[in-house]
Design a protein around this ligand. Structure first.
Ligand SMILES: [Mg+2]
Length: 305
């Protein structure tokens, strides 16, 4: 019997597709990070990213159209933030069932426009098509100074693990619709500390940390008492709920100590927590609870299919 997509899973599908692709020397990093990294100028790389939201999967038509549009672009911006970069130009493709009201589409675009303006992104084109479900697919360009690029794959054993903001209440509070992508925070971090690895938390802390661990060939210890939980968020929500769109990053000892010292002096305008450290790959991802019990966390969180 032929395998179905649901048998392979989302990560398996991406792995299979990426094996079928080859890139030339202009591509610094292709599939496997938050955005592609491409040769650009002497001092800068281009960042290139696409992301799709689909009715019934990511949103329902009962949600405000403006926020759906906003989220569709904000998710892309969050991935540019995860690379340490600045977003610039976007093209937008829209699939629309014929009976959808025109005002819904106008409001959708209003939301896209609002967040584009806020981040100085130019919308420079797109495409529309009839479709059985509404979907929005956005491709976003950005750039980053070569010296500030942060990949998932360059963390090292001994680095400490940090996260911005707090986790776990995105769906309860509507943060998943109206979050502000962490561009400002990312630019601050790459300017002042230059993390060894970074990712935005879209699939959940555990799964996104696993993405860094796999790419960087490391294991990790994380501590329950240090995981910043949003008000009313349970531990399980903080570990596994996706769509917090905070930054998860790693720093080597001396830089980590400098950041922690500055946190204590409240020199930063946004919250950052140190949640654990990177260890040998063979340890896997170890969770230490408040009673010092250890458990191994499997790469689980949100995936499609
Ligand atoms: Mg991402």
């Amino acid at each position: 019997m032929q395998k179905k997509i649901k048998d392979i899973g989302e990560l398996g599908l991406i792995r299979k597709l990426s094996q079928a692709i080859s890139t030339d020397k202009s591509v610094i990093k292709g599939i496997g990070d938050d955005a592609a990294v491409i040769k650009f100028t002497a001092n800068k790389y281009l960042l290139f990213k696409t992301d799709m939201v689909v009715e019934g999967e990511h949103f329902t038509r009962k949600m405000p159209a403006r926020l759906i549009g906003r989220k569709a672009l904000a998710r892309n911006i969050s991935d540019i933030a995860a690379m340490g970069g600045i977003p610039t130009y976007a093209v937008i493709s829209l699939g629309i069932p014929p009976l959808v009201k025109a005002t819904f589409v106008m409001e959708l675009f209003q939301g896209i426009n609002e967040i584009a303006k806020k981040f100085h992104i130019n919308i420079v084109g797109g495409d529309t098509s009839k479709a059985s479900k509404t979907f929005i697919s956005i491709a976003l360009l950005g750039w980053v100074e070569k010296s500030k690029l942060v990949l998932r794959s360059t963390a090292r054993k001994g680095d400490l693990i940090f996260v911005t903001g707090n986790l776990g209440a995105s769906f309860k509070t509507g943060k998943h619709l109206n979050f502000t992508p962490r561009i400002k925070e990312s630019r601050f971090l790459v300017g002042k500390y230059k993390p060894t690895a970074m990712i935005d938390i879209s699939d959940g802390l555990v799964l996104d940390l696993h993405h860094i661990l796999e790419a960087s060939r490391c294991g990790a210890f994380i501590y329950e008492e240090f995981i910043p939980r949003a008000p009313k968020a349970g531990l399980h929500n903080a570990l596994y709920d996706g769509e917090d769109y905070e930054l998860l990053f790693t720093l080597p000892g001396t830089k980590a100590a400098r950041l922690i010292r500055n946190l204590r002096k409240s020199r930063h305008k946004f919250p950052i927590s140190c949640i654990g450290e990177l260890v040998d790959k063979k340890c896997g991802l170890i969770f230490i609870d408040s009673k010092y019990r250890l458990s191994k966390l499997a790469p689980r969180g949100f995936t499609h299919f």
